[in-house]
Design a protein around this ligand. Structure first.
Ligand code: NAD
Length: 267
């Protein structure tokens, strides 16, 4: 299926993570479809990614931005507007599960919201005039933590919950503009950040195995490529009548009744 993404300007926040992170994988998938990826991130790795793509003859842009700073976000939107004059899709992907739990200070909780939630609002607000120009679309990256809780991570959980609220809210706000707004919910995807989290645990391997055993479809983690593929479909005009939706890509981890699944004793 041709997703019709050729020459579409697609902005992805937090996309200069280590190779194999969700944002970076989305950028590679976009490049393969002939889209123009715009990386908005604070990590200098973005300069390398921009060069790699440009060396292959792919139009791409990196806008170095600290997403906790609204004035830098406003400047990033301006830089994108100056170069391309429009945005066809905005993927709000930045997110760090920073463990600001009930024991954390109010300041740490607020800082978590600033990165994980306020950046989504600021990016969307400042990019909106450019999105309107092309009747573009917005996709927010959520987490199962908003639905299931995780413990010890109030800031991240509140942010991911807020993101789901904003997805519905903006879908309503922008319905008359023909701008679709959706969210992707991720549960357990094997990224470098996930790997680092597992390695930080005392009983990491055991914990990992106990999670994998409970993922109903094929007892395996979701790959970042599977997340990226669903993101590309959701922003494409092949998904043209879907708005205000939470699309869960997790092998049935959150919603399936495991007691009804026959395959594993562990259920
Ligand atoms: N991997 C999973 O299992 C999983 C599960 C649920 C949700 N998610 C979500 O997927 C998204 C991507 O996750 P990932 O595992 O690829 O994360 P990652 O840690 O690899 O990527 C985070 C990116 O955010 C950037 N960043 C951090 N602070 C920033 C700041 N102040 N300004 C600008 N950029 C900043 C980093 O440079 C990095 O590129 C996040 O929203 C995360 O919540 C992932």
């Amino acid at each position: 299926m041709d997703l019709h993404l050729k020459d579409k300007v697609v902005v992805v926040t937090g996309a200069a993570g280590v190779k194999g992170s969700i944002g970076e994988t989305i950028v590679q998938a976009l490049a393969e479809e002939g889209a123009i990826p715009v990386i908005v991130c604070r990590n200098d790795r973005g300069f390398g990614y921009q060069k790699e793509l440009q060396d292959k003859g792919i139009d791409a842009l990196f806008v170095k931005t600290d997403l906790t700073k609204p004035e830098q976000i406003e400047a990033a939107a301006k830089a994108i507007g100056d170069k391309y004059g429009r945005i066809d899709a905005l993927i709000n992907n930045v997110g760090v599960n920073d463990g600001a739990g009930l024991e954390a200070s109010v300041e740490d909780f607020t800082n978590s919201l600033q990165l994980n939630l306020v950046s989504f609002f600021a990016m969307t607000k400042y990019c909106l005039p450019l999105i309107k120009k092309s009747k573009g679309t917005i996709l927010n990256i959520g987490s199962k933590v908003a639905l299931t809780g995780q413990g010890k991570t109030s800031g991240y959980a509140a942010s991911k919950g807020g993101i789901l609220g904003l997805t519905r809210e903006w879908a309503v706000d922008l319905i008359n503009e023909g701008i679709r707004v959706n969210a992707i919910i991720i549960a357990e995807s094997w990224t470098p950040a996930y790997d680092a989290w597992i390695k930080s645990l005392k009983n990491g391997e055991e914990k990992l195995q106990s999670i994998i055993d409970k993922i109903p479809l094929e007892n395996r983690m979701t790959t970042p490529q599977e997340i990226a593929d669903t993101c590309l479909f959701a922003i494409s005009d092949r998904s043209s009548h879907t708005t205000g939706q939470f699309i869960t890509v997790d092998g049935g981890y959150v919603h399936l009744d495991r007691s009804l699944l026959p395959s594993k004793d562990i259920f």
